[in-house]
Unconditional design. Structure first.
Length: 526
């Protein structure tokens, strides 16, 4: 059997790629993925995506299929039926487009995480999050503050004092630049409504010459007509409303301490807010949690509920996601019940009914944002944006950002009831980075959230093709003592599956209805 005729340079390049395969180093250089009609390759080093014809796909498959035992010698001796022309085209594209050359990771890095960190922390605080209280009038079945959830604090009876709140607001004023957002958190922040009002009044009096905005997340049950009208009079206030859907869905998990369902009071509270904010765009959004059972019937019932809520303003931003891992008893059992039904499985084999449903809705609707209150638009947009706005270089760069991490102590600063500083309200148990009395402890911040995160992540990240598409941040990667490498490593498979799924989703939309993606150009990503 004759071998292919290759120039010395072509032979050297191909031999080098098969050598990388033999040593397991090729798999970090990119990823093959597919849509219903086409095969593609994502290149790690450049961020470019190539549409592959059948011949080029065979070559790529020889290189990237872990179950394919093809070697350089067997390949050039035509053990795979590929034309010489296709091989030469493949090599030419690799050389001209600078593919399969991603540099090895040195460290996770951005300028703002290292050289400019002190300046960002001192002068560019964007969001202050105040834990007004540890109290809540509900005991939702999936809440991360329940006693059974070991990764976070439990509910408590502590309220933030006015002294702590004042010092936190003064800190934000001193360490922010042109804009500052103040967010009220709990517990249920309305359990300390008096302090909430005081914080708004004090902030508006003292933060001068900056764009000042406010936000809070509420379970809605304590919203009265009077409170709603007050909120509507506060300039720049946005409210995230926790509401899971129709009565039977809401009441199955979102319950009072005595076990009574909350739907009636929550929907009444939402109506008060909608009436009070009438004519004000984007002031109200809704966050829903999907808890077991996970099936399309339930998802459709939630979607129909919001779409048919006639008094809810059209195109209200409604986000929905699964309950936090380990927050729901027997969650794995619920997922296992779906494992034998192929309609709930992604291409990667994971059980993900919400994603599959949202993807289907994107395909059948004329626009992503179509003027309805569907629960698919927010998640679809987020996934498409991630690919649309990805890093793309002509030549590979030795630049690998901090996964999905923000600048700790700058993008947001979480202040608990005692006045201690943390990087985020979502991170859970984690090392403090200061307090309202002494300010930021830059040494502790650098150690736990820059050096440890980068150094202890590097082993896994350096071998991962999805390193520039990874959205894993500090959430669920820490204990109160510091970075938890094992916890973060467990997220890697989920992140790779998500990246592959999103690449396929984006290019499927691009193939069939590219006009749906055009509006993404106008969205800024920070």
């Amino acid at each position: 059997m004759n071998s292919y005729y290759l120039t010395e340079l072509e032979s050297q390049l191909l031999n080098n790629l098969f050598d990388k395969k033999e040593h397991g180093d090729i798999y970090r250089l990119g990823k093959l993925f597919s849509t219903e009609s086409s095969n593609y390759f994502y290149d790690t080093g450049t961020g470019k995506v190539l549409l592959l014809d059948d011949e080029i796909y065979k070559i790529m498959d020889c290189l990237f299929d872990r179950n394919n035992s093809e070697t350089y010698e067997s390949f050039i001796n035509q053990s795979v039926s590929i034309s010489s022309k296709s091989i030469q085209e493949f090599i030419q594209v690799v050389m001209e487009e600078n593919l399969l050359q991603a540099p090895k990771l040195n460290k996770l890095y951005t300028y703002n995480h290292y050289e400019n960190l002190e300046n960002m922390v001192d002068n560019n605080l964007s969001q202050l999050i105040l834990e007004l209280t540890g109290k809540c009038n509900l005991r939702c079945g999936y809440c991360i503050y329940n006693d059974d959830y070991i990764y976070n604090r439990s509910f408590n009876n502590e309220d933030m004092s006015q002294t702590v709140a004042k010092k936190a607001i003064d800190y934000a004023n001193e360490h922010s630049e042109k804009e500052v957002a103040i967010t009220f958190y709990g517990g249920e922040p309305l359990m300390n409504f008096g302090l909430l009002k005081w914080c708004i009044d004090y902030s508006r009096k003292t933060i001068i010459g900056k764009e000042l905005t406010f936000s809070l997340t509420t379970n809605l049950t304590l919203i009265t007509e009077r409170i709603a009208k007050y909120f509507a009079e506060v300039p720049g206030l946005r409210i995230v409303c926790s509401l899971d859907g129709p009565e039977e869905v809401q009441n199955s998990y979102r319950k009072y301490v005595n076990g009574k369902g909350t739907f009636s009071e929550a929907i009444r509270g939402l109506k008060h807010l909608v009436d009070a904010f009438s004519g004000t765009e984007n002031s109200i959004s809704i966050n829903s949690v999907l808890a077991p059972p996970y099936n399309y019937t339930k998802i459709e019932s939630i979607n129909n509920f919001f779409e048919n809520l006639s008094w809810l303003p059209k195109d209200t931003n409604i986000s929905i996601g699964y309950a936090a891992e380990d927050s729901v008893p027997n969650k794995e059992q619920h997922i296992q019940e779906l494992s034998n039904d192929s309609k709930y499985k992604t291409k990667q084999g994971s059980i993900n009914p919400l994603w599959i449903w949202q993807k289907g809705q994107t395909e059948i609707n004329e626009k992503i944002r179509n003027g309805s209150n569907s629960i698919y638009a927010s998640a679809a947009e987020e996934s498409l944006l991630k690919i649309h706005k990805r890093f793309i270089f002509d030549k590979p760069k030795d630049f690998y950002p901090f996964n999905g991490c923000c600048i700790p102590g700058s993008r947001r600063l979480y202040v608990d009831t005692k006045g201690d500083f943390y990087v985020c309200e979502r991170v859970g148990l984690s090392p403090s980075i200061g307090n309202v009395y002494d300010g930021i402890n830059l040494k502790e911040l650098r150690k736990h959230y820059i050096e440890d995160f980068s150094n202890l992540s590097s082993e896994k990240c350096s071998d991962c093709w999805a390193i520039r598409l990874c959205s894993q941040c500090y959430v669920n990667c820490y204990t109160k003592d510091g970075f938890d490498k094992n916890a973060k490593d467990q997220k890697c498979r989920v992140q790779r599956h998500a990246a592959e799924r999103e690449l396929s989703f984006y290019h499927s939309v691009y193939e069939k209805t590219p006009y749906k993606l055009e509006y993404l150009n106008d969205i800024e990503v920070y």
